[in-house]
Each structure stands twice: as structure tokens, then as C-alpha cells.
Design a protein around this ligand. Structure first.
Ligand SMILES: Cc1ncc(COP(=O)(O)O)c(C=O)c1O
Length: 436
């Protein structure tokens, strides 16, 4: 049974539970358990690095969004922004829990279809959709395409053979207080059309016999902690016109660190629905597209310590790094890490937790408080459920980690670890040429 042990000296165990998956605790000897399975067992069975998801907590979080929005605004829909975790196993959960799904690009379309998502409930995003991708989406009978620009309308004019539902993405002109690479609502954004150019695009869609334009979309950015900014965006978009549907995007931030205080789902929904009540037509359909805030907390990444080097600093190096946690190098987001198989020992050391990729910027946690750490220890980085697997890459020939879902003491492999054969497969032409 999972128990929360008393916190040992120097530890921040008490604060840890709110950034670890909901269904986590420790065994009596201080080993982290997620969904009733210890990290030691998971490491032995599936290897490391490993993305672990608490399925119970994840499903609970999905229900908070769906029930929370529909109880406040019944004519509503929650889309899962699947870029945050485009895994077939996750698409299956999204479909089972009644989420619609936002996809960006042909690859996410393929993964969503493989995950059994009803194509009617897919919303196809992207600022540079190609002819091939639009054709793929139309052939798959994707329910809605979110048009980004007028070149896309030119393409659709050529490609449409039957009626297609369309939303238009507009730029609300809200500078989100987040990392610059995650802000998408300011006037200089590459996503969508400025509001003063929307009317022309809307006219074109309304004039076309096969284009079924039904509303507008906005998304101001990601990891946003100030709910007033969402309300401001709702107000801004109301000035574009009166439509059936307003998709007000995703972007709710989460707690990455012991100190962070992200708004709850309820606070977020209260704020956007209050803004909608003030500014949008009462019979409009409201849609939201959370990604990070659905999956981030339920996921952790498990590593094994490969070396401990004591120079001026103590460098604890693990068997992964920026190849599987690119977000840190990209946005300088701070994460927390723990020695997950020795939680009951005093956290007496402050270390630099580093990865194995050839960059000094491959610093996973700058100053992690840990017990005296040894080679072979298990490290868990919390709240890595969003965008880590998404952005994983083969830097230094790294292999994409596996994904495992845990629930009620059972672990289920959802994506296997890449192999060296996978790595070599795309280079088959050069390998074959060398053999000639
Ligand atoms: C169009 C769109 N919708 C929704 C999201 C999801 O954002 P988040 O994961 O921050 O909720 C994104 C990602 O930034 C996005 O680009």
C-alpha cells in the first residue's frame, strides 16, 4: 500500500506530492511508487530512461476539464492538445474519456487515427499545412480544419470535393507572460491572422459552397499562470464578430517547482467562463484545448545515475538528458528531481543533475537537493508528462525512451524504447551503398 512517509531532514517530501503524479507515494523503505508500482520494479522491467504515466490521475484530470467546463457552460467541448503527448496509448485514453483531439500535422493525424480517435472529433491545426497533409486529412474525414492563413484557403479551394467544417485562427494581440518561444498570441505571432485580416478570410469561406465556416480560434501560448490573460483573450476575440463557436485555446500552466502556484483547473475555468458570459453570445459553443495541464503532472521521467563526479561542483550524470528533456534547454523551465529509491534518507547534498548529451546546456536541474548519491541510484524528474516525449530526439544517437502507463498496481507498455536498429533503419540507403 502507498504511504506518505514522514519527511527526512532537509527533504522537501511534503511539497513533492503536489508536483508528483496524484497516485504516488512511498514504500516503507523509501522507494517511490506510482500507480501502485515501485520505480525499482519499473526500471527493472522496462529499463531507463522511461516515461511513466499515472493513468488514474490522468483520467481524473481529464474529467476535471470536461465536467468542469460543461457544468459552467453546457454548450462546450474540451479538445486534448495532443502535441503535449502524441502517443497512441494517450489518444486511446482521450477517446475513451470523451475528449476531442487537436492534431498538428500529418504525423499526429496518423497517431490519432491509430489510437482510435473518431475522425469527426479531430481538429487539424498548423500554420504550414501542405497539400499532402490536407489531402490526408480530407481523405480521413477529419471533422474540422483550423485555417491559419489565406494560402491555406487557396489550397482548400483546390482540394475540397465535399463540404468541410472550418474554424479560423486569429491573433488576439495578447502578449502572454511566458517564455518567448511559448507565446503565440502577440501581434508578431506566426500563427493565425491578425484580427483586422480575419474579415476577408471569413468572407471567402462564407462565399465558398463547400466551406462550412463556423467560428474562430485563438491560442495565446503555453505555461500561462495568470488567468486574467485568458480572460483578456476572450474579450479580444469577441470583437471579430458573432459566430457559432469560439475556441479559446489551451495554455494553462502547471506547477513544475516546489514553489510554483499555478491556477487550478477550476480557477481557470471560472475565469474564462466569466469572460465568456460578459463578452460572447450566450448560445455560442465554447471550446478549450489544454495539453500540458492534462498530461504534465501525471508523467515523470525515470533515469539511472551513471556517474557522480565531485569537482568544484557535484555533477550527477544520468542515462538521458536533453535528447529526452529538450524543453529545459529551449525554455529554461526549472524542474525538480529526486533520488527515487532513497526518499527516506536525509537530503543533505546539493548537486548539478546533468544529462549525457554533448552540451553544457544539458543541465537537467541546476541545484537539486538529494541524499548522498551513488552510481545506479534511480532519479525521477517530476512533471515531465508534457512535451518531453514529444520533443525527444536522437542527439548523440540517443534512443527515444519507452512509455509506460501504471494503474492499480499494473504497468502497461504503451510505446517501446527505440532500438539501434530503428536508428539505423532510415540510413539503409547509405548502408546498402557501402556494401556495393
Ligand atoms: C493551437 C494550440 N492549442 C493548444 C495548445 C496547448 O497548449 P498547452 O499544452 O500549453 O495547454 C497549443 C500548444 O502550445 C497550441 O499550439
Amino acid at each position: 500500500m502507498t504511504v506518505h512517509q514522514p519527511a527526512p531532514p532537509g527533504s522537501r517530501l511534503g511539497e513533492l506530492w503536489r508536483i508528483l503524479p496524484e497516485e504516488s507515494g512511498t514504500t516503507a523503505d523509501g522507494v517511490l511508487e506510482i500507480g501502485g508500482v515501485t520505480v525499482t520494479e519499473l526500471a527493472e522491467r522496462f529499463g531507463t530512461p522511461l516515461h511513466i504515466y499515472d493513468e488514474t490521475g490522468l483520467r481524473r484530470q481529464i474529467r476535471r476539464f470536461i465536467d468542469g467546463l460543461s457544468s459552467r457552460w453546457p454548450n462546450s467541448e474540451v479538445l486534448y492538445a495532443s502535441k503535449s503527448l502524441p502517443a497512441v496509448g494517450m489518444y486511446r485514453i482521450a477517446q475513451a474519456e470523451g475528449l476531442s483531439v487537436d492534431i498538428a500535422g500529418g504525423g499526429e493525424l496518423q497517431l490519432a487515427l491509430a489510437g482510435g480517435v473518431d475522425p469527426e472529433r479531430l481538429y487539424f491545426h498548423g500554420n504550414a499545412k501542405t497539400d499532402a497533409e490536407l489531402t490526408m486529412a480530407l481523405d480521413a474525414r477529419v471533422g474540422t480544419i483550423i485555417v491559419d492563413n489565406e494560402d491555406e484557403l487557396d489550397r482548400l479551394e483546390r482540394l475540397l470535393t465535399r463540404s468541410q467544417r472550418l474554424l479560423l485562427r486569429v491573433i488576439p494581440g495578447v502578449e502572454a507572460k511566458t517564455h518567448a518561444s511559448q507565446a503565440t498570441g502577440g501581434l508578431e505571432s506566426k500563427f493565425g491572422l491578425p484580427m483586422d485580416q480575419a474579415a476577408h478570410a471569413i468572407e471567402r469561406m462564407n462565399a465558398h459552397p463547400l466551406m462550412e465556416f463556423f467560428g474562430v480560434h485563438l491560442h495565446i501560448g503555453s505555461q500561462i499562470l495568470d488567468t486574467d490573460q485568458f480572460a483578456e483573450a476572450v474579450e479580444k476575440i469577441s470583437s471579430v464578430g458573432t459566430f457559432d463557436t469560439y475556441d479559446v485555446g489551451g495554455g494553462l500552466g502547471i506547477n513544475y517547482t516546489y514553489e510554483e502556484e499555478a491556477p487550478s483547473v477550476e480557477e481557470y475555468l471560472d475565469r474564462i467562463v466569466a469572460a465568456a458570459k460578459s463578452h460572447l453570445p450566450p448560445d455560442a459553443r465554447i471550446m478549450i484545448e489544454p495539453g500540458r495541464s492534462i498530461v504534465a503532472r501525471s508523467g515523470v521521467t525515470l533515469y539511472r545515475v551513471v556517474s557522480v563526479k565531485r569537482t568544484g561542483h557535484t555533477f550527477v550524470a544520468v542515462d538521458g538528458g536533453m535528447a529526452d528533456q529538450l524543453d529545459i534547454a529551449l525554455t529554461q523551465q526549472r524542474y525538480e528531481a529526486i533520488i527515487a529509491d532513497r526518499l527516506h534518507e536525509p537530503w543533505s547534498e546539493n548537486v548539478q543533475l546533468v544529462g549525457r548529451q554533448c552540451e553544457s546546456g544539458d543541465l537537467l536541474v541546476d541545484g537539486a537537493q538529494v541524499p548522498p548519491v551513488s552510481v545506479g541510484d534511480l532519479v525521477v524528474m517530476s512533471a515531465t508528462g508534457a512535451y518531453a516525449y514529444t520533443m525527444s530526439n536522437n542527439y548523440n544517437g540517443a534512443l527515444k525512451p519507452a512509455i509506460v502507463f501504471v494503474r492499480d498496481g499494473e504497468a502497461r507498455l504503451a510505446a517501446r524504447r527505440e532500438t539501434y536498429d530503428d536508428l539505423l533503419a532510415t540510413h539503409a540507403p547509405a548502408i546498402a551503398a557501402a556494401k556495393l
